[in-house]
Design a protein around this ligand. Structure first.
Ligand code: ZN
Length: 280
């Protein structure tokens, strides 16, 4: 198949979570208790591959280290599993309390071949615009890594909400050249604040994970238009959501075929700078 034809049907899930086989069941069970609902699939490499079959070309894998001492081993595992499976695009994790995180950012970029870094301020207990953390973004710029920052509430309400659209706006304005991806259309259950604060930034993208069913369809379309179709990327939050159902939601929205192609794959391919070799 030629690349152009491949690009036409390219589907990238920019938001997936998997765990090593040995601990997956334990982790998922404890998260199910916390969230109060069941995972839709097994959150392992094989579980994800099975769910992607015939639907999704690539999945971005997003880890979170809850303690500084987990950072290295998690990053090593993400690197290994993404090398084993071409379908996976690995992101790294850092922790705001770790020492020498410039060294780990260098390792993530140079040695481990990962594409970006995921931050989870609500679970890592820090404000993304905290002055003490600003060096982190500078290093990411230096090492040409994009940053995906959880945005908005948690699935289960928790205070404080560390990662609000207003705080994220400050980061964006301080680092206009940094490529930033904000999940859940810029702020889970804070979409009015997103609309007021987060449109019009050249290097900011928004994934669609965990939005459908929580924000009315009409409002979702309105927000996507406000943020710009060129800045929207498909994401599911696997294993918490189902691939075919999430795809169906995008496909049934009143966007043109071309706009849907951008949301489902082309925008993500552009920011990941995916090699066309990969798509052959
Ligand atoms: Zn997630």
């Amino acid at each position: 198949m030629r690349n152009e034809e491949n690009e036409e049907n390219l589907i990238i899930d920019f938001h997936a979570h998997i765990y090593p086989d040995k601990i997956a069941e334990k982790v998922i069970t404890s998260l199910e208790k916390e969230y109060g609902f069941k995972a839709r699939a097994m959150g392992t490499a094989n579980g994800l591959l099975k769910s992607m079959e015939a639907l999704i070309n690539f999945s971005v894998i997003l880890p979170v280290a809850l303690h500084p001492n987990q950072v290295k081993s998690i990053n090593n595992w993400i690197s290994k599993v993404s090398q084993e499976h071409n379908e996976f695009i690995g992101f790294g994790t850092v922790h705001p309390k770790m020492k020498n995180f410039d060294e780990e950012i260098r390792r993530i970029s140079h040695d481990l071949g990962l594409y970006g870094i995921k931050l989870q301020p609500n679970e890592q207990n820090f404000y993304p615009n905290d002055e003490k953390f600003l060096k982190f973004y500078e290093y990411c710029l230096d090492f040409e890594l994009m940053v995906l920052i959880h945005a908005g509430h948690q699935m289960t309400p928790r205070t404080p909400v560390f990662s609000t659209p207003t705080r994220l706006r400050e980061v964006i304005e301080t680092f206009p050249e940094l490529l930033i991806v904000l999940p859940h259309l810029g702020g889970y259950k804070m979409w009015a604040e997103v609309e007021m604060n987060l449109s019009g930034f050249k290097n900011v993208y928004f994934d669609t994970s965990y939005v459908f069913g929580f924000l009315e369809e009409e409002k979702t379309i309105e927000l996507i238009k406000k943020l710009g179709v060129d800045h929207i990327i498909f994401g599911t939050d696997f294993p918490w959501r189902n691939h075919s159902e999430e795809l169906e939601k995008v496909n049934q929205m009143s966007f043109s075929k071309e706009e849907k192609r951008k949301i489902l794959g082309i925008n993500a391919k552009k920011i990941l700078k995916l090699d066309s070799m990969l798509l052959e």
